[in-house]
Write a protein that binds this ligand. Sequence first.
Ligand SMILES: NC(=O)C1=CN([C@@H]2O[C@H](COP(=O)(O)OP(=O)(O)OC[C@H]3O[C@@H](n4cnc5c(N)ncnc54)[C@H](OP(=O)(O)O)[C@@H]3O)[C@@H](O)[C@H]2O)C=CC1
Ligand SMILES: CC(=O)N[C@@H](CCC(=O)OP(=O)(O)O)C(=O)O
Length: 338
Amino acid sequence: MKIKVGIIGATGYTALEVARLLQSHPNAEIVAATSRAEDGKSLAEIHPSLAGRLDVPIEMLDAQRIAKKCDVVMSCLPHGASAETCKQLVEQGTRVVDFSADFRLSNRELYEKWYGVTHPWPERIGKTVYGLPEFYADAIRDADLVANPGCYPTSVILPLAPLIADGLIEADDIIVDSKSGVSGAGRSAKVATLYCEVNESIAAYGVGAHRHQPEMADLVHRIGGKAISLLFTPHLTPMDRGILSTIYVRPSAKATAADLLKRWESQYADCPFVTPVPHLPSTKHVAGTNYVQMTARDAGGRIVLVCAIDNLAKGASGAAIQNMNVMFGLDQTTGLLQ
Ligand SMILES: NC(=O)C1=CN([C@@H]2O[C@H](COP(=O)(O)OP(=O)(O)OC[C@H]3O[C@@H](n4cnc5c(N)ncnc54)[C@H](OP(=O)(O)O)[C@@H]3O)[C@@H](O)[C@H]2O)C=CC1
Ligand SMILES: CC(=O)N[C@@H](CCC(=O)OP(=O)(O)O)C(=O)O
């Protein structure tokens, strides 16, 4: 019997990536998809790259109806809108992977400060597992709701957390410089992501004020056991997909880049998607895959960490399928090794 999967927010980029990846998943099938704007069409009509392969009809979102059809729902809705629907689906007995930031942080105050909205299900903040199977597989296995990680945070938490846990780097002096492809901003029309704005150009945004900064600090603290101080600057770059994070840290005592690589190798020895590498990774090395490549270099008294992921794969939809695999007792890599 295949896992019956529903995709809500089906017109977006992460939904397309879930559908693309699930087509070659041997144990799952898409049985429902929703959108407010494209009700009545099919997934393949909205996403022509799926033509001839996925005829799932798009329907309006009705949590009760979706819950009846699905074992698990991928909620590809924006933060703010997702939480209420996740609540209804979980209450109807369906398991949910939430792509939004609505359940990622440790507490309601932090969420409401950074997201500027009142949370509709505050009881679940701090009581929802963060969907990084590399650290939380046991809790994900039994979860009714999984908070899929943010894309930039994935590229920062995976390299930093084990180093903080072992005291190999200073916790109070971390600078993160990240670059993202434009699909990270979603598919809805915005001036900032128009062709003429992004083509042949690169720009910083959200300097010192991006909502992924508290997510990174919160999770590195939770996993590494030590509070950290971190400055994060994201950049929008003229590519479709991919994230490259360059992280400047100060080594504690006499730690070298080689020590950090060794630490990652032991931490992630049993994690099929996290690959410490000797070369400097680029977004091309992981494009379209669920892999994470990371390396470290000694430089001017600091160590520079470089981590590459695909924002739509390990940064969103690949991670969600990895989480679904854990939730349903499958091997983490099922359907994700293409
Ligand atoms: N893009 C990325 O790289 C990443 C995205 N994420 C997160 O994943 C989620 C989806 O992202 P992405 O696919 O890029 O987003 P898109 O903007 O591409 O798609 C969002 C989808 O949600 C629906 N939607 C929008 N507003 C509402 C609303 N108020 N109520 C119900 N449905 C709504 C839209 O469809 P319609 O208007 O037709 O209903 C659309 O299908 C977001 O929470 C995002 O933050 C996480 C990691 C990476
Ligand atoms: C390039 C770009 O705009 N990226 C998005 C982050 C990607 C994302 O969707 O993250 P969440 O899941 O936390 O929303 C941004 O900076 O807001």
